[in-house]
Design a binder for this molecule. Structure first.
Ligand SMILES: NC(=O)c1ccc[n+]([C@@H]2O[C@H](COP(=O)([O-])OP(=O)(O)OC[C@H]3O[C@@H](n4cnc5c(N)ncnc54)[C@H](O)[C@@H]3O)[C@@H](O)[C@H]2O)c1
Length: 248
């Protein structure tokens, strides 16, 4: 008898070379899962995880064959798939009038379209799991707008809508679909913004807990949603934001 929450489970985590994705993959490994970690070419995934239960794939998830490659790699390595964490994401910030068509297309492609395409590819295997899990990375920006964050917010609102619709369609296969809504978390993605002391202070103060979050705190929520005990939770956007969103 093991008390590891994810014993005998197999997970895919995209964007696992950094920040929240790395923390989720590490926590899943600590809890007994086997994990396919995915990130961009050149991210040296192999150096970041020291475990026999890890398989690595370096690919840009927006490439046309990436979803098939990712799922095939997982099935070839572990012969099953129970948990898909669509974590890879980018933030493009800019004054609305200065934003380009290319920036719009790129953020949609990484943050939303890839989530749709990888999930679709994974579904036959998640059905077989009988307790399949899809955990998508939304944001506090799935519920609100922010200065210079119009297209990032657009993508994260889309994550919320997509996740809710998927939860409705996939429930009959015992697949749950939820999305996490981190507030301001200390990672490479948020680092450039935090160079501005006023911006950093704003987010520290906005969270009643009084500080920025750590990737491990988001990973803990991803562990909760992946566990068998969370089988009756679907379509939820779970805030991991120190209370920032309810603090007007
Ligand atoms: N950090 C925050 O404050 C915060 C807040 C809310 C939501 N989020 C979301 O959490 C998720 C993880 O963000 P993070 O803060 O850990 O960022 P991060 O930059 O530290 O990590 C993101 C990872 O995704 C990878 N990635 C990006 N585009 C990719 C692509 N096309 N193909 C493969 N891999 C790709 C990057 O290489 C990187 O390793 C994102 O979806 C982000 O929008 C972050």
């Amino acid at each position: 008898m093991t008390n590891k929450k994810l014993a005998n489970k197999v997970a895919i985590v995209t964007g696992a070379a950094s920040g929240i994705g790395r923390a989720i993959a590490s926590l899943y490994l600590d809890n007994g899962a086997s994990v396919l970690v995915v990130d961009m070419p050149g991210q040296n995934l192999q150096e970041q995880f020291n475990s026999d239960a890890v398989q690595y794939l370096e690919v840009d998830i927006t490439e046309s064959h990436a979803p098939q490659r990712i799922v095939n790699e997982c099935i070839n390595a572990f012969a099953q798939l129970d948990i898909l964490v669509n974590n890879a994401g980018i933030c493009i910030a800019g004054d609305f009038e200065e934003l380009s068509d290319e920036q719009w297309e790129r953020i949609l492609s990484v943050n939303v379209t890839s989530m749709f395409r990888i999930s679709r590819e994974a579904i036959p295997h998640l059905k077989e799991s009988k307790k399949g899990r899809i955990i998508n990375l939304g944001s506090i920006m799935s519920d609100m707008g922010g200065p210079s964050l119009s297209i990032y917010g657009m993508s994260k609102h889309a994550v919320a809508g997509l996740s809710k619709g998927m939860a409705v369609d996939l429930g009959k296969h015992q697949i749950t679909v939820n999305y996490l809504q981190p507030g301001s978390i200390v990672t490479a993605l948020s680092e450039p913004f935090m160079d501005d002391p006023a911006f950093k202070k704003y987010w520290e103060d906005k969270a009643p807990i009084g500080r920025l979050g750590q990737p491990e705190e988001v990973a803990y929520a991803a562990l909760f949603l992946a566990a068998d005990e969370a089988q009756f939770i679907s379509g939820l956007g779970l805030n991991v934001d120190g209370g920032a969103i309810v603090n007007f």
